[in-house]
Design a protein around this ligand. Structure first.
Ligand code: ADE
Length: 240
């Protein structure tokens, strides 16, 4: 079955963009997923095709109009009533690997890409749209965020990642950052691949990787580490 992505945007030429290359591009060509950008402006009704207006209450920039966006959203929902409806915005809930996994397991996504200062808030309530952020920084629009979300989903579709990796060891799948990787040459600029990785002792290698993952998570992602430690307090059996 084809996993269907519909993207509502003022810049349809940005899709599939980088997702037309590499693994995602091959999967797209193979029909494992589809990518249909929709020009929001085509749903404007006035002769200027306007999609935005000045912010109520004053302030800088422009706000995307709820009435125009609702027409674009309704047309997309009419065609694919079964897929979740998301909007990319820095005001959204942070995207997680859990959410990505759930989206990849479903029939696809419809994604509204915000531009300007934002989207009229009434649209989120009126159309039950899930606001999603990809991180605490501001992009110039939701398109790059949508591409990021799509990439994260598409690689998990059946047959896309291939036999190379099940992905089970990867960062976030374990609740920790992944362990560090090395490959030949054994010595490079005076630095050696850690001896344990060349020992052939798989129990030792597993233990070393777990320790490294913990050290790196603790220093780089204290937020993840804290959650990991809290979970350990709640289930100290090591069942995880
Ligand atoms: N649009 C602008 N910045 C964004 C972000 N960080 N996440 C999602 N959408 C965005």
């Amino acid at each position: 079955m084809t996993w269907a992505a519909t993207i509502l945007t003022l810049y349809p030429e940005m899709f599939p963009g980088p997702l037309g290359a590499s693994m995602a591009g091959r999967a797209l060509a193979d029909g494992r997923w589809s990518c249909e950008p929709v020009q929001i402006r085509d749903h404007a009704t006035d002769r200027h095709k306007s999609v935005d207006d000045t912010p109520a209450g004053g302030g800088a920039g422009m706000v995307m109009r709820a009435d125009v966006l609702a027409r674009a959203v309704d047309a997309a929902v009419d065609r694919r009533p079964d897929v979740p409806l998301l909007a990319m915005t820095p005001r959204g809930r942070p995207l997680t690997q859990d959410r990505v996994r759930a989206l990849a397991a479903g029939p696809g996504v419809t994604i509204l890409c915000g531009r300007f200062e934002g989207i009229d808030e009434r649209l989120f309530e009126a159309r039950a749209i899930e606001p999603v952020s990809i991180g605490d920084y501001i992009l110039s629009g939701g398109e790059m965020a949508a591409l990021t979300l799509l990439d994260a989903c598409v690689r998990l579709l059946p047959g896309v990642m291939g036999a190379a990796s099940s992905g089970d060891d990867e960062s976030f799948e374990t609740g920790l950052l992944e362990y560090p990787h090395y490959t030949r040459p054994v010595e490079w600029e005076g630095r050696m691949i850690p001896q344990v990785l060349r020992s052939g002792d798989h129990a030792k290698i597993d233990a070393w990787r777990k320790t490294q993952a913990e050290i790196d998570t603790r220093s780089r992602r204290p937020d993840l580490w804290e959650r990991h430690e809290d979970a350990r307090v709640q289930s100290p059996s090591g069942a995880r």
